[in-house]
Design a protein around this ligand. Structure first.
Ligand code: NAD
Ligand code: UFG
Length: 370
């Protein structure tokens, strides 16, 4: 690890000028893991984040893993003027990866307007500022939620986009359309849209991972907190679906595999291989049920997950998994990590969080987001 860090520092010192990439939302879950992979691949990374769902401590984790502390500015992407200033300050940005968004499906149903304002305005600002600052390439974080319940599984990128089941899902559909329309009107801009399935896990070092705010909405943080005794019981939302064991099926993809796909996308854009817009599914191609995830988590970590069957959660899709062939062939990328290892990394991260919390409590503080 130490040798790797020294080589990277030497590389950065002597290489003429690594490509500079702006990562919006780079302090968040997927963004921080992608920043690590971008740095490891030799890119210079700048991060913009308003810390609405992340903590500045993430920078320490990134630095511990890579030996590099990327530039970070606390900027809200809905603030056009602040963004413009940023682009003037950090000239020469080659490409953008735009993660910054609000992402809680249920919350978006209760409070749709902040979702539309945040997710749409951020993207529009960035797309407007790109040509003004000579930036031609953008990777956009979309979601398999755009497919709703697909008629055919595994779902391909060419599957019809159905009416979104939530305002959050709608923002992803509209953002994809905004990107298409923008590039139709300005053929100098190129984009890769990545439709993520269900990212889970943490960096193997456990220096960074998912930091859910308050009670987790997503399955794995809840599983880990229930196993740790922080939550009483996990509720399995629905046992009467038309699936082999009655619980919902998803395509759970390791966070490091997902992060690596962004490096492949970035390389393809910077190499000038994208003609206008390309859209890729990022998944493993394999569906697992909620009950299978719980069972495997228990087995590999040798710990019980207290759970009970509960009513269906409104808006949940019964089953979805990816056909990742297009990404495999064109991005030359595939998801490699086993779900067992990924579930080990979930537990390792949970234990890291608890150790940190213990240290902070002894010191009189609390860690954010736990
Ligand atoms: P996250 O909440 O951990 O990260 C998003 C980051 O963006 C946070 O650090 C937040 O503080 C920041 N942010 C939000 N609005 C901002 C704004 N206006 N200006 C600046 N920063 C802002 O979420 P994540 O899981 O890392 O998701 C990243 C992207 O991937 C999002 O666009 C999300 O919709 C998409 N996505 C996530 C999943 C998933 O399951 N995690 C699945 C599909 C798509
Ligand atoms: N689940 C439970 N109990 C819980 C939490 C989740 O049974 O406490 C179940 C859900 O019902 C679902 C599965 O676990 O069947 C996965 O649920 P998540 O909330 O972890 O993930 P979703 O598939 O609902 O949504 C996630 C992200 C969205 C994204 C979507 C598709 O939260 O942002 O994947 O990419 F849009």
């Amino acid at each position: 690890m130490e040798v790797k860090k020294s080589i990277k520092k030497l590389f950065n010192k002597f290489s003429s000028s690594p490509d500079r990439i702006l990562v919006t939302g780079g302090m968040g879950y997927i963004g921080s893991h992608t920043v690590v992979e971008l740095i490891n691949a030799g890119y210079e990374v700048c991060i913009i984040d308003n810390l609405s769902n992340s903590s500045v401590d993430v920078l320490n984790g990134i630095e511990k893993i890579t030996g590099v502390r990327p530039v970070f500015e606390n900027i809200d992407c809905t603030d056009y003027v602040a963004l413009d200033k940023f682009f003037k300050k950090y000239e020469g940005i080659k490409a953008i990866i735009h993660f910054a968004a609000l992402k809680a499906v249920g919350e978006s149903v209760e409070r749709p307007l902040p979702y539309y304002r945040n997710n749409l305005t951020s993207l529009i600002n960035i797309l407007e500022l790109m040509p003004l600052n000579g930036i031609k390439s953008i990777v956009f974080s979309s979601s398999c939620t755009v497919y709703g319940q697909p008629d055919e599984l595994p779902v391909k990128e060419t599957a019809p986009i159905k009416k979104a089941l939530s305002p959050y899902g709608n923002t992803k559909q509209i953002c994809e359309e905004i990107i298409h329309d923008t590039i139709h009107s300005n053929d100098k801009i190129k984009s890769i849209i990545l439709r993520y399935f269900n990212p889970i896990g943490a960096h193997p070092s456990a220096e960074i991972g998912e930091l859910p705010n308050g009670v987790p909405n997503n399955l794995l943080p809840y599983v880990a907190q229930a196993a740790a005794g922080i939550r009483k019981k996990l509720k399995v939302f629905g046992g009467d679906y038309n699936t082999p064991d009655g619980s919902c099926i998803r395509d759970y993809i390791d966070i490091m595999d997902l992060a690596k796909a962004h490096v492949c996308a970035m390389k393809r854009l910077i190499d000038g291989k994208v003609e206008s817009v390309e859209t890729f599914n990022l998944g493993t191609g394999r569906g697992l049920s909620v009950l299978e995830i719980i069972k495997t988590f228990e087995e590999v970590n040798d710990i019980k997950v207290p759970y009970e069957m509960a009513d269906r959660r409104e808006g949940d899709i019964e089953q979805v998994w990816a056909d990742p062939t297009y990404a495999n062939e064109v991005l030359k990328w595939e998801a490699k990590e086993s779900v067992k290892n990924t579930l080990r990394s979930v537990w390792k991260w949970q234990m890291h969080l608890m150790e940190q919390e213990e240290d902070h409590t002894k010191g009189g503080g609390m860690i954010s987001g736990s």
